[in-house]
Ligand binder design. Structure first.
Ligand code: P53
Length: 470
């Protein structure tokens, strides 16, 4: 037994993190275009529009827009069966609220998908990956407004129609659960174009924002299936398992409740209704969700076909007697963390796949996994990234056990950033994930030259042996 035939080995990126060309072909500014560069523990600044004298790393990124043929050829050399990217909403609807789409933007993705198919590479496409039109933030307050539902569904419908014969695998919202981190301005801004105001009840705002997104996602699923019944349309969550700090029963509850904050986003999209724990919480807190007639039936009708997840790290929660119910994270003594503090835990991947498979009984797809590292080419010009190889070997080993021993239905595996790109959380180029090195630094200097790293040849072999030989 091993990975099924046709297992989708590949890699994953997002438009704003690699395309650059932020104004080419009539593209409008997205939320990613107004974020500066940060660093480990240094947040990116979200500016009011694009300001002179500031450096915005996504504006050029690695200029995939002009290098995509060369880059897809390299990924084909790796043996990719699929490639996950997103469609930049702002290439199709530069402001987000136009009546008609921008042909130059549509054409770019036609060409890109054709290029992938040339090598037998299946596109796996995210509709909204941290790059909504900035105009929708200034004009409507982002997903606070119900208006966004129609605008998103229009965008989704245009993409579904245009690419119905080129794309089979879709996702609606990337890591829709990140915004549960209410104190992180990056999360609410990139997920939903929301900037919280002084004194407002963030939890109540989030409930409404998420409801709009659930409705939009459900409508997109229904519409997509109408346009092409063969479409597979998934939800996408950042899955970081939360372990209890001990076998103390109160620690168990603390971890369980922490996980519910993630599951809340998946329960609605996978099961088609709000879970009891969430309804009761809103009741207790006095939230009055604004719901329209037919919303609940829509959630039921627009359930997703599969569950896509990113997996990078795990957490530990401890009961806090001083603030019961509040989140109290403690370090895990059994695992090591990356330079950016992400706790590396391969066994947690097997654990997560099992939990999701048992809870939802849906096919799963790992659409992100990887480690950001500080790297430089050695004197031979090559990055010898043995640490990355060890990271992937350990994770793929656990993924294999989930499939072979535990019976998890896994569709594919797409490591994050197969080619170095701009980090989402920090905006750095020097938080590198790739099998391919790109010569560019955090300030934007470099030739943009692409050079395969040692891991390139390793992953190529893994794909060739269908994961047998790690
Ligand atoms: P970067 C937080 C936690 C887990 C995954 O992240 C996250 C985030 C937000 O950054 O994001 C996903 O680049 C995301 C990608 C992102 C990737 O993980 O911050 O879907 O866009 O690049 C890695 O190191």
């Amino acid at each position: 037994m091993s990975f099924p035939k046709g297992f989708l080995w590949g890699g994953a990126v997002a438009a704003h993190q690699l395309e650059g060309a932020w104004q080419a072909g009539g593209k409008g500014p997205s939320v990613a275009d107004v974020m500066t560069v940060g660093g480990p523990g240094v947040p990116r600044e979200i500016t009011d529009g694009v300001l002179p004298g500031k450096y915005y790393p996504n504006h050029e990124a690695i200029d995939f827009y002009h290098h995509y043929k060369e880059d897809i050829a390299l990924l084909a050399q790796l043996g990719f069966k699929c490639f996950r990217t997103s469609i930049a909403w702002t290439r199709i609807f530069p402001n987000g609220d136009e009546e008609t789409p921008n042909e130059a933007g549509l054409k770019f993705y036609d060409d890109l998908f054709d290029e992938m198919h040339k090598y037998g590479m299946e596109p796996v496409i995210t509709l909204s990956h941290f790059e909504m039109p900035y105009h929708l933030v200034t004009e409507y307050g982002g997903w606070r407004s119900r208006k966004l539902v129609d605008l998103f569904v229009r965008f989704a419908g245009v993409c579904f129609e245009r690419y119905k014969d080129k794309v089979k695998y879709w996702m609606t919202f990337n890591e829709i659960n990140n915004q549960r981190n209410l104190d992180d301005p990056f999360a609410s801004f990139t997920n939903s174009g929301v900037r919280y105001e002084e004194g407002e009840d963030r939890e109540a705002v989030l409930a409404q924002v998420a409801h709009h997104e659930f409705i939009a996602s459900a409508k997109a699923v229904v519409l997509g299936h109408k346009i092409n019944p063969d479409f597979e349309i998934g939800c996408m969550l950042a899955m970081s398992p939360v372990y209890p700090a001990s076998c103390r029963p109160l620690d168990q509850i603390a971890a369980l409740k922490e996980m519910d904050r993630t599951f809340a986003f998946a329960d609605v999209q996978c099961r088609g209704h709000y879970p009891a724990y969430l309804l009761r919480e809103w009741e207790r807190k006095g939230f009055k969700l604004q719901v329209e007639d037919g919303d609940m039936a829509l959630l039921e009708a627009g359930k997703v076909d599969y569950f896509a997840l990113s997996y990078y790290m795990s957490f530990v929660s401890e009961y806090d007697a001083a603030a019961p119910g509040a989140r109290k994270e403690v370090p895990n003594p059994y695992v090591k963390a990356s330079d950016w503090g992400w706790q590396i835990d391969p066994v947690g991947l097997r654990y997560t796949l099992n939990v999701l498979s048992e809870r939802y009984e849906l096919p799963l797809m790992i659409v992100e996994n990887g480690i950001g590292l500080h790297e430089q080419p050695a004197s031979d010009g090559i990055v010898h990234d043995d640490e990355r190889i060890r990271y992937f070997a350990a994770h793929i080993e656990q993924m294999k056990r989930a499939v072979e021993e535990d019976g998890v239905a896994l569709m594919g595996y797409c490591p994050w950033g197969p080619i170095d790109l701009v980090s989402a959380s920090t905006g750095e180029m020097e938080k590198r994930y790739g099998f391919i090195y790109v010569d560019k630094d955090n300030q934007g200097n470099g030739t943009l030259k692409r050079v395969p790293k040692k891991s390139f040849y390793w992953y190529q072999h893994v794909i060739k042996t269908n994961g047998e030989d790690l």
